[in-house]
Every structure is written in structure tokens, then in C-alpha cells.
Design a protein around this ligand. Structure first.
Ligand code: GAP
Length: 514
């Protein structure tokens, strides 16, 4: 675990050192849980968004996109339930004056027991070597069984309290478990209170009678309230989908793990409108399509798993998360929800407008049911970064830090490097850049020894380096170095375009989704 923490720390500092992610407002000591994307980060992020957007809008002729405003009529959030129920339970420590999420304190306590079990298993695995049977050990070892029983009981009590929205019970669990504040080390806790996660601001001047508005906590409602506009103007027939990428804001009480949980973040959401009664079929279909989208990136199938929700929100009749194995464990990256007709019906009720679909095949009108796919851009970014990062031991004892980014997502696709800064090599290299730059994000670099320049490109995940040397001037060939294998091949300049395109093009990646 400690080793994984170290790796994560290294990834965070690498992200900063190489222009991927900076803490926001850093020269003013930062702003908690808000981050800026740097020159390489924004390219990686844009490529992730392009991959998602094209997979939705190009590959499905019945999915179209929109871009709705962040500010919306405040009644929307009443209708959606966010005003009344988009809450986290918070608790304060009276001595440190620090605020925590009560549920997170308890989840951390459960994670501590999990760690103890994992340590016992790791110790035994070391002791028994090849002969170790983990399943048998977990089923028979007394200490592990004790920990497991304690964990299960705590988990059950906690789930019950959360489901019943029982704030007193949450506090009692914290007291019974003797959970202390990590800062003050004391158990001097306040009551548990509900805390609404929406940011509120005012629109219009106070003299005119300002209106309270919210920064949207999800992009989905912008889709629901535009359902009629899109259906009518696009003459869409059910089943059809509306996709959107945009910022969302949540006043997270506990914001941590870098860009995993932020106060300002970005979502890629798609609402798929279907006939009532067909939603579970479509839910299964989207579950499968979305996992395929993730796996097509080639980051390792074993890094993903579904987490089906046992307890469902009152408006959902099925829900699952796609989890990714981050250095701090399997974590949700995307949610797929069958949201019934809850949102559209609520907007119909609160707006007084009829939001229905006339189905010509059935010759009847109904409120469509909705399957939602919702993925955080920043979490996706983090999963790609964590999976790509490697401190690689090279033959001869050398090491290099490399990002094995999926090539179509890499911020820079190729770097053109003249071997020396003289003899016409820079000019020849510039000619190559001027040709490739129309199709690929291309860097030109002439400073430092060639090995150092390769390392710099490895560190930002550039799939190809093209080295121009004296032979280039004679026969129009260059050395093409591949990032992962570090293999160098002599190729004709005329072939560069095809060779690079085959590896880095987004269309090749999209074709894997067929
Ligand atoms: N419209 C449904 C919805 O918003 P959600 O599970 O609350 O569902 C969907 O959020 C996705 O948005 C999550 O799977 C996660 O990737 C991302 N997300 C949610 N809160 C986030 C936060 N505070 N920081 C970064 N990403 C977040």
C-alpha cells in the first residue's frame, strides 16, 4: 500500500513537472481541489474528449450532441431533486475545527480493516511461497476470519445507516469505532449534518431582485430540459441519444486524491431515450458498449470491473459503475444508470409543459425512459495517466520514466530531432515538421544530446521520435524511434506519414468499437 502511495505521489509530481496538471492559483498557495491543465494536459484531455464525442456522435446515427449553459433556471434543480437531496453527511471535530464527511471517515475505517487482512494474506503468501492457496487461507485463518467478521458487521451497520439517512447512527458508529480526527487526534465530534453540494450564486443586480442560481452539479439536466427541442428540430425517433461534454461543480467536503475528486470538473454524459419496458435491454447494451470503449484503449482488460449497485436510487431500476484500478484501489470512473422516466416526468410536472413522445409505430404517446452513461473527463484522464506511468529499468542499469499513453491520446504524436545543430540538419528537420504538422501534433527539438531529448519525449508519452542525421541529406531517410520498444528503424521520409498515422489515428481506435 505504502509503495502504491509512493507511485501515486510520483505520478502527481510528474504531471506537474511535465505540464499536464498544475494546482490552481498556485502562486497564491493554491485552491483546494481545483486544478489547471497545462500545455500537455489540455491536449491529452482534448483527445479523450474527442474519442468519447466521436464514438457517440459519429458511430451512432441516432445520437446527437448539444452544449447547454452552466446556469439554468433554479427550478430545474428543485425538479431534479438536487435542492432537497444532493447532500453529503458532514461532521466537525471541535478541537481541530476540521470538517469531514462522516461516511468517508467510516469508509476509511473499513479500508483499514481491509488493509490488515491484505497484510496477513501477503505475509502468508511470502511464507508458503508457490504452495500458497489464498482462498483456503482466507477461509480458515482465525485472525483473518476475525477481521472479516468485524468488517462485515461494520459495513452492514454503515449501509443501513446510509440507506435510512440516519445521521445519529452515523455519529454513533464513529464514536463506537473510536475514530479520531487525523489532525487533533481527538474524538471530540459534533453532530452529523446534511450539507448540500451545490454552489449557489446570484444572477442580476440586487436592486432588480436578484435570483439565486446554481452552478450545475451535473450536465445531464441540460440534456433533459432540451429533450423536446432536440427531438422536434432533429426529427429524432426513439430510440435516440443526446450527448454533452461540459463543466460541473460540486462543493465536495472531502476533496482528495488529486484530480479524482474535484470541486470543478468535467463530465461526458449521454442520455439515451427509449420506449418504456425496453430500458433494461438498452441498459445491458450500453454497459457492454461502454466497457468496450474503455478496453479499446489497450491499457489492460484486467484493470476494469463492473460494480453493480445493489441499493438503487428511488428513480433508478438498474445502475452499475465501471471501475478502474487506480494506485489507490478500484475506483468509479463511469456510471451507467437506468433512470426510468423520472427526470422528464419531474420537468413535466414542475414546468407544466407536456414532455412526451408520440410513437408512430405504437400509435401512442409516452414519457420516454432514459439510460444514462456518465463519465468524468478528469477521472478518465487520471486513469490513463496512472496506467501509462512507468519507471522502466533498462539493460545496463539505466532507468527512464515513460508514459505509455495510448498513441491516439498522446499530446504530441511525433518529435523531429536534428542530430546536431549544424550542417543543414535543422533546416531538413524543419521541412519534415512543416509537412507533418498538418496532420499530427509535431514537436521540433534541437537542444541537448539526442538521448536526453528522447527521454524528454518519453516522459510526455510521444509515440515517435524522428532523427535527422547526415545520411538524411544524402538519401532522404531518417531514424524512426518507437517509444515503448525504443526500437529504431531507418525509413524513407516519404513513408513517415503512413507509418505514424497507422499508430496514432483516432479513426483506427474508433474502428475497434465496430
Ligand atoms: N448525471 C449522473 C451523475 O452525475 P455521478 O456518479 O454523480 O453521476 C458521474 O457522476 C461521473 O462524474 C463519475 O463517475 C465521475 O467520473 C465524475 N465525477 C463525479 N463527481 C466528481 C468529482 N467531484 N470530481 C471529479 N469527477 C467527478
Amino acid at each position: 500500500m505504502a509503495q502504491q502511495d509512493d507511485v501515486f505521489k510520483k505520478i502527481v509530481s510528474h504531471a506537474k513537472e511535465y505540464g499536464f496538471v498544475f494546482p490552481s492559483s498556485e502562486i497564491y498557495d493554491g485552491l483546494s481541489a481545483v486544478y489547471d491543465y497545462g500545455q500537455n494536459g489540455v491536449e491529452l484531455k482534448n483527445n479523450i474528449k474527442r474519442y468519447w464525442w466521436d464514438s457517440m456522435t459519429l458511430l451512432h446515427e441516432n445520437i446527437v450532441g448539444i452544449d447547454s449553459a452552466i446556469f439554468m433556471h433554479p427550478t430545474i434543480w428543485k425538479a431534479s431533486g438536487h435542492v432537497d437531496a444532493f447532500n453529503d453527511p458532514l461532521i466537525d471535530n471541535r478541537d481541530s475545527k476540521k470538517r469531514y464527511r462522516a461516511d468517508v471517515l467510516i469508509e476509511d475505517q473499513i479500508a483499514k480493516i481491509d488493509d490488515k487482512i491484505a497484510k496477513e494474506v501477503a505475509k502468508a503468501a511470502k511464507r508458503f511461497g508457490e504452495a500458497f492457496d489464498e482462498a483456503q487461507f482466507r477461509a480458515t485463518n482465525t485472525r483473518v476470519l476475525e477481521y472479516q467478521a468485524k468488517r462485515d458487521a461494520l459495513h452492514e451497520r454503515f449501509s443501513q445507516a446510509m440507506n435510512d439517512n440516519n445521521l445519529d447512527e452515523l455519529r454513533q458508529i464513529i464514536l463506537d469505532e473510536e475514530i479520531v480526527c487525523p489532525i487533533s487526534g481527538t474524538k471530540n465530534w459534533t453532530e452529523v449534518r446534511q450539507f448540500n453540494l451545490m454552489f449557489k450564486t446570484e444572477m442580476g443586480s440586487t436592486a432588480d431582485g436578484a435570483m439565486n442560481v446554481y452552478l450545475r452539479p451535473e450536465t445531464a439536466q441540460g440534456i433533459f430540459v432540451n429533450y423536446l427541442n432536440v427531438q422536434k428540430t432533429g426529427r429524432m425517433r426513439i430510440p435516440f441519444g443526446i450527448a454533452q461534454i461540459g463543466k460541473a461543480f460540486r462543493n465536495e467536503i472531502v476533496a482528495r486524491q488529486f484530480i479524482f475528486r474535484m470541486r470543478e470538473f468535467e463530465q461526458m454524459e449521454m442520455q439515451f431515450f427509449v420506449r418504456p419496458g425496453e430500458e433494461l435491454k438498452w441498459f445491458g447494451q450500453w454497459k457492454e458498449w461502454r466497457l468496450k470503449w474503455h478496453k479499446a484503449l489497450g491499457m489492460g482488460d484486467e484493470k476494469y470491473r463492473y460494480h453493480d449497485h445493489e441499493k438503487l436510487a428511488h428513480y433508478a431500476n438498474a445502475a452499475t459503475d465501471i471501475e478502474f484500478r487506480m494506485p489507490f484501489g478500484f475506483k468509479e470512473v463511469e456510471g451507467i444508470h437506468s433512470r426510468t422516466n423520472f427526470d422528464l416526468s419531474q420537468h413535466e410536472k414542475f414546468s407544466g409543459k407536456k414532455i412526451q413522445y408520440f410513437d408512430p409505430e405504437l400509435n401512442e404517446s409516452y414519457t420516454p425512459y432514459v439510460i444514462e452513461t456518465s463519465i468524468g473527463v478528469d477521472r478518465m484522464f487520471l486513469s490513463v495517466l496512472c496506467s501509462a506511468y512507468e519507471e522502466e529499468q533498462l539493460p545496463g542499469g539505466d532507468t527512464r520514466t515513460v508514459l505509455h499513453l495510448p498513441a491516439p491520446l498522446a499530446p504530441v504524436k511525433c518529435a523531429v530531432l536534428p542530430l546536431v545543430r549544424k550542417d543543414g540538419l535543422p533546416e531538413k528537420a524543419r521541412e519534415i515538421v512543416d509537412d507533418l504538422k498538418f496532420d499530427f501534433a509535431t514537436h521540433y527539438e534541437e537542444k541537448d544530446a539526442i538521448g536526453k531529448r528522447y527521454r524528454r519525449q518519453d516522459a510526455i508519452g510521444t509515440p515517435f521520435c524522428i532523427t535527422v542525421d547526415h545520411q538524411t541529406l544524402e538519401d532522404n531517410t531518417v531514424t524512426l524511434r518507437e517509444r515503448d520498444s525504443m526500437e529504431q528503424t531507418r525509413v524513407n521520409i516519404a513513408d513517415l506519414h503512413t507509418l505514424i498515422h497507422d499508430r496514432v489515428s483516432l479513426s483506427a481506435l474508433l474502428r475497434k468499437l465496430k
